[in-house]
Design a binder for this molecule. Structure first.
Ligand code: IVH
Length: 666
């Protein structure tokens, strides 16, 4: 037994070290194959010997499938932000302020400002104890499980001169490479793209499923240590210690005494940063001595001993040739600037979104203007201003169109909204096409064998005008069409037939009601169970559903107030689409819990609390709110309240956990 324990520990230590060599030092000493072999051996031994489990074993880096909502915890030290400066003059002002306040020699550490999402890690006795996001600065989300999947974050520290307990703060990042390939995948899956690596990193960190987090290959740099017994009296040396414990600390860190050294650092990295694998948006300057940091102290929002200098977003000037207008599925009009192609941050920019009429008029755009295009933290380029020196060459002022560029209908503007809309939703071609595309999309009716080009063809031939016409297409008619053999006709018809099984919530989403996205459709389907109850729901009933606000409720009421929508639903019902939730869908109706009463307490990981409530009811059981002698079972999740636990034990009420409960009904 001792042998096995030693073997497990030795594997863990070796894997921690190889992991560090590979991910932090970029210098692996063994092959991937050998690494995987050792990992598999460890996983096998751990599963045979759960008595030697370790919450920070390197085997846990693969993540877990269990979904939980995050718990919040207070930060021991609040997470403040830095005050920003945008010019070297402002940096000089900072330097001067510090000089006057300290009245003694001082050193400034220059670092890169990494553009990701901040994280605070607590280590106790050399092991990762907790990872909290910034949250509101006072308290943050506990994302420890997700953070454990990040390979550059040590779960166990190396060496032995680390404090018994300390915090280390840093930035979680997604590299440009991972970001670009993730967005490519999302584009193919018709999912919304991440605007920049920062959003992608913070979105990933907040995922419920840590195995997806593990796949996303996040990275992390650390830049700030906190604790009572740090090894050195200055910041720079503490960072070097942290590096020796296994943390990834940037090499782009320099101690400076003079203002011109700081200037040189800024100039050098403003260019050099473009070669880095991750996004940076500035430089951070910190007073090196902790004693001097203490003297300078904090304002309410930020330390007086540090400041950020933000790089200017890259910009270039180019000619505005024309403005075109795109019409979306809901009729919203997006103005787009067509530009002379120009190289900017590594890509050629030809077009930039102008968003809406207000933006066009605030820029005072004229055709032929030379405009400045900027690519900042956001990936889509934007026009920031007009170069007035070239104005004499410019032509006509850009006026927002009054009529739809596709169908000619007069545009409208809904009060309180920035966008213009084309109200001709039934006859405006891109709107009709857009609605079809939405309807057949993967997250809606998911109709195989039917794509955008086919929709275009059918529409031009007058075979389809409304989505219900899809279900009336005739095999012999379509198989005779050019480019359309009987095989593809069959595929499409099978796809359409299969879509009749698609559950109500997705049919509801497929209808394309404005503001009813995937999640809202789910909530509505669950709350109203069938389309007729939803159609007759009052405004108040709608807004009483979780996440449904005024704007969504109004849009739903408006949609169902139109005769043409009601008849479309009628037709779709007739062809056999699902317009209600079937109780049998859950396959859980039984009387297995007849005469049994339950109290639910704590946090659950397999189903939510509400889902357990409904499972109890569906199987004939009763939900009670408090424990009494009449309670048969307490269904206990994590962190069940201690007083409830005590009461249940005192009254001899059986305490069961998720798995046992599911066994009872299954
Ligand atoms: S020091 C109290 N150093 O920028 C000072 N922050 O607005 C704590 N950041 O919240 C921050 N690189 O998310 C520091 N080298 C660096 C940084 C850095 C990026 C982020 C961090 C912080 C924000 C400041």
């Amino acid at each position: 037994m001792e042998n096995i324990k030693e073997k497990i520990e030795s594997l863990r230590n070796q894997l921690h070290q190889h992991n560090y060599n590979y991910y932090v030092l970029n210098a692996p000493l063994i092959s991937d194959f050998d690494f995987d072999r050792m990992m598999r051996e460890l996983i096998e031994l751990e599963s045979l010997h759960p008595e030697f489990s370790d919450k920070n074993s390197p085997s846990l880096r693969v993540g877990s499938d269990i979904s939980k909502s995050f718990q919040q915890f207070n930060h021991k030290y609040p997470m403040l932000s830095l005050s920003n400066t945008y010019s070297e003059q402002e940096v000089a002002d900072f330097y001067e302020r510090v000089r006057k306040l300290l009245e003694e020699e001082f050193e400034i550490v220059c670092e890169l400002k990494y553009d990701g999402t901040s994280i605070s890690l607590t280590y106790i006795d050399g092991e990762l104890h907790q990872a909290l996001t910034r949250g509101d600065g006072e308290k943050g989300d506990d994302v420890t499980e997700n953070v454990k999947t990040i390979r550059t974050i040590p779960l166990k520290l190396q060496g032995n001169n680390y404090p018994h307990e300390f915090e280390i703060r840093g930035e979680i990042l997604m590299s440009w490479e991972v970001f670009n390939s993730l967005n490519k995948e999302r584009e193919l899956a018709e999912e919304q793209l991440f605007a920049n690596p920062r959003n992608a990193a913070s979105g990933t960190l907040k995922l419920q499923n840590s195995s997806i987090v593990a796949e996303r290959k996040l990275d992390a740099y650390f830049y700030y240590l906190l604790g009572d017994k740090l090894p050195s009296p200055n910041h720079y040396e503490n960072l070097q210690h942290a590096a020796s414990w296994g943390f990834k600390i940037s090499d782009a860190t320099k101690r400076c005494q003079k203002l011109n050294e700081i200037s040189d650092f800024i100039k050098y990295w403003d260019l050099e940063r473009k070669k880095l694998p991750v996004a940076t948006d500035g430089i951070v300057l910190k007073i090196n001595s902790l004693e001097q940091q203490y003297t300078l102290g904090f304002t309410a929002k930020s330390p007086r001993w540090a400041v950020a200098y933000k790089f200017k977003a890259e910009e270039a000037s180019t000619r505005l040739n024309s403005v075109s207008y795109q019409v979306g599925r809901t009729g919203a009009i997006t103005p787009v600037a067509n530009l002379d192609p120009i190289q900017l941050s590594g890509t050629v920019v030809k077009r930039a979104s102008l968003h809406n009429a207000d933006i066009i008029s605030s820029l005072d755009l004229h055709i032929g203007d030379f405009v400045y295009v900027e690519k900042g933290g956001e990936i889509i380029p934007k026009i920031t201003r007009v170069d007035l020196n070239h104005r004499h060459l410019a032509g006509e002022k850009v006026k927002f169109i009054t009529n739809c560029p596709e169908c000619g209908q007069k545009l409208i503007r809904i009060e309180g909204e920035a966008a213009h809309y084309c109200p001709n939703e039934d006859y405006c071609p891109p709107q009709i096409k857009g609605k079809f595309e939405h309807f057949i999309g993967r997250k809606a009716m998911n109709i195989d064998g039917l794509g955008s080009e086919t929709i275009d063809l059918f529409f031009r031939l007058g075979l389809i005008n409304s989505v219900s016409d899809l279900y009336k297409l005739n095999r012999s008619e379509i198989s005779q069409l050019e480019r359309f053999g009987s095989k593809s006709a069959d595929n499409m018809l099978v796809g359409l037939e299969k879509s009749k099984e698609i559950p109500f919530e997705r049919v509801l989403f497929a209808l394309g009601i404005r503001y009813v996205g995937e999640t809202v459709a789910k909530k509505l389907a669950k709350a109203f169970r069938n389309i007729d109850s939803l159609i007759s729901a009052s405004h108040d009933e709608l807004v009483s559903v979780d996440e449904i606000g005024e704007r969504i409720a109004q849009s739903i009421k408006l949609y169902f107030s139109e005769e043409k929508h009601l008849s479309l639903i009628q037709e779709l019902k007739l062809v056999g689409l699902q317009f209600q939730i079937f109780e049998s869908e859950s396959n859980l109706n039984s009387d297995k819990l007849k005469d049994k009463s339950f109290v639910i307490s704590g946090l659950f990981s397999i189903y939510s609390r509400d889902e357990y409530k409904s499972l109890i009811e569906k199987n004939g059981g009763k939900n009670l709110t408090s424990i009494s002698a009449k309670t048969d079972f307490v269904l206990a999740g994590e962190n069940m309240g201690p007083s409830k636990l005590e009461k249940a034990q005192k009254l001899g009420v059986a305490i069961i956990h998720e798995k046992e409960f599911l066994d009872m009904i299954n």
